[in-house]
Write a protein that binds this ligand. Structure first.
Ligand code: AMP
Length: 282
């Protein structure tokens, strides 16, 4: 397995693979890898002859006062996991290698990026789109794999790739969860033991809503109330950032669940912000 920290040799190596007729799969990450990431690697490996993983805590997608400095990092451990999961090349640049001092080009998909996480994290998806476009430009992968945990991110990247004709197949993969239902996240290590113990209430709330929808409750406001009440009862320390029903691709608000809708939620537990979602097909 190769480890590269500079863009130029990354571009060279990927160019070489392409000229040998090898397909390239890319999985962008911010590192501190967990089983959710590894499930993406395992799937991506089946899609192309070479697997490239990027590990980069992208400053451009963090706002002032967010957890850029607290974001967990452990490159040696990440490299071990990548090696064990058949990754061919890890690209782990420093911010200075990814952004020129006078970097000035940004990609934004405001129609999809203004709501949900974008509302409480202005500029976040602009940072995500820009770094992913840069990675696509360097690696020129045939396929890129992302997790459905970050559903909005996936929808935005699909739209960016389609609208800019980037020629990369975008593949989404299901949320990988702890046995108690909590979605795996690098940020989970920053939860206190009490917060970690209560965190599965988020998933339980999503399942309660699914159950009510399947039983015939199609009104988004009523379903939203079920989630809020559950959270207030089971996890009183939590602060709900949002719980919204949206069209799964357009991310526009859904008032009634006559067509499939996504319930997306973000919850602050102490200083940690957790996101989760469920696709409701009624
Ligand atoms: P991150 O390192 O958090 O930026 O995540 C890198 C990729 O892994 C993104 O495509 C995420 O959606 C995906 N991912 C993160 N957590 C999970 C999970 N629990 N299950 C599946 N994919 C995940």
């Amino acid at each position: 397995m190769d480890l590269l920290v500079d863009p130029a040799p990354l571009r060279q190596q990927c160019q070489k693979w392409r000229s040998q007729g090898l397909g390239i799969a890319l999985v962008p990450t911010m590192g501190f890898l967990h089983a959710g990431h590894l499930s993406l690697f395992d799937h991506a490996r089946t899609l192309a002859g070479r697997l490239v993983v990027s590990i980069f805590v992208n400053p451009a997608q963090f706002g002032p006062g967010e957890d850029l400095d607290r974001y967990p990092r452990d490159l040696p451990r990440d490299l071990e996991l990548c090696r064990a999961h058949g990754v061919d090349l890890v690209f782990a640049p420093e911010p200075g290698a990814m952004y020129h001092p006078d970097h000035a080009a940004w990609i934004d998909v405001p129609e999809l990026g203004a709501g949900l996480c974008g509302a409480s994290r202005p500029g976040h998806f602009r940072g995500v789109c820009t770094v992913v476009a840069k990675l696509f430009g360097l690696v020129r992968p045939h396929v890129a794999v992302f997790g459905e945990k970050d559903w909005q991110q996936l929808a935005i990247l699909r739209r960016m790739t389609r609208d800019l004709e980037l020629g990369v197949t975008i593949v989404g993969r299901p949320i990988f969860r702890e046995p108690d239902g909590l979605a795996l996240s690098s940020r989970n290590v920053n939860l206190t033991p009490e917060e970690r113990a209560g965190a599965p209430a988020i998933r339980q709330g999503l399942l309660l809503v699914q159950k009510a929808a399947r039983a015939g409750q199609l009104d988004a406001a009523a379903l939203g109330l079920i989630f809020r009440r559950h959270l207030a009862e089971k996890l009183p320390a939590a602060r709900l950032d949002y719980a919204e029903f949206v069209h799964p691709e357009a991310l526009t608000p859904a008032a009634r669940l006559e067509a499939p809708a996504l319930l997306a939620v973000a919850v602050f537990l102490g200083r940690v912000r957790l996101i989760d979602n469920i696709l409701l097909e009624v």
